[in-house]
Design a protein around this ligand. Structure first.
Ligand SMILES: C[S@@+](CC[C@H](N)C(=O)[O-])C[C@H]1O[C@@H](n2cnc3c(N)ncnc32)[C@H](O)[C@@H]1O
Length: 211
């Protein structure tokens, strides 16, 4: 394996199949979940952090979008007019240069959440907002155990069917990687304005963070 983090290797391998896989795994809901986060963001300049293939672009309306991702294979499929190959942990932008930051389905793949949150805080103008959409486990240990048992069976099967076993195994394990969003964002530096749950058993979360 190269010196890329595991998440980046996985996305380089599945770039062309990514949108279809995502649609199937989310029962066609992944865009509605993105939209519920983007609606809270102010107009102006928006950073789509971990933009990937740019699947979220339609939910940004007339905001001016900068799409950032470390994986060129993903960005090559992205229709944004400004695309930047970089990591969330080291944003190549000046202080207070964005009105909003959006990041969907990225946080499980980051090498450092605290560094990325610090960078988001730095590049946002005062009063700017960030919306994070992420996958994890449902709230409550029983629902989480049921969901874990379900994804342990369903995801390897789905992986075998579409010839992407490794990627689906990665997804199953990455769902347990992070604490729930209430804990994840509690340490700042962004202020938690609201957290909500979506999807079956609430395994998808949204978080609105303010500077
Ligand atoms: C599941 S995809 C989500 C893509 C897009 N946000 C969406 O909603 O479809 C995760 C993306 O995070 C990117 N990524 C991985 N590590 C990253 C990092 N350290 N900083 C920023 N993005 C990262 C991957 O390359 C991939 O494009």
């Amino acid at each position: 394996m190269s010196d890329r983090a595991q998440g980046q290797e996985v996305f380089a391998g599945i770039a062309r199949r990514y949108d279809t896989l995502n649609r199937v795994l989310s029962f066609g809901q992944e865009q509605a979940w993105r939209r519920r986060g983007a609606r809270w963001l102010p107009p102006g300049k928006l950073l789509d952090l971990g933009s990937g293939t740019g699947a979220a672009l339609p939910v940004f309306g007339d905001r001016v979008v900068v799409a950032l991702d470390p994986v060129p294979e993903m960005l090559a499929l992205n229709q944004a007019s400004v695309k930047v190959v970089a990591l969330g942990e080291a944003l190549p932008f000046g202080d207070e240069s964005f009105d909003s930051v959006f990041s969907a389905y990225v946080f499980r793949n980051l090498t450092s959440i605290s560094e990325t949150l610090r960078e988001i805080h730095r590049v946002l103008r005062p009063g700017g907002k960030a919306a994070v959409i992420g996958l994890g486990r449902p709230k409550g240990s029983f629902a989480a155990a049921v969901h874990r048992a379900g994804t342990a069976v369903v995801l390897p099967l789905a992986g075998a069917v579409v010839g992407a076993r490794r990627e689906y195994a990665y997804l199953h394990h990455s769902l347990d990687k992070l604490p729930p969003p209430e804990e994840l964002f509690a340490g700042g530096p962004m202020e938690v304005e609201k957290i909500w749950r979506m999807g079956p058993l609430g395994f998808v979360y949204g978080a609105l963070l303010g500077k």
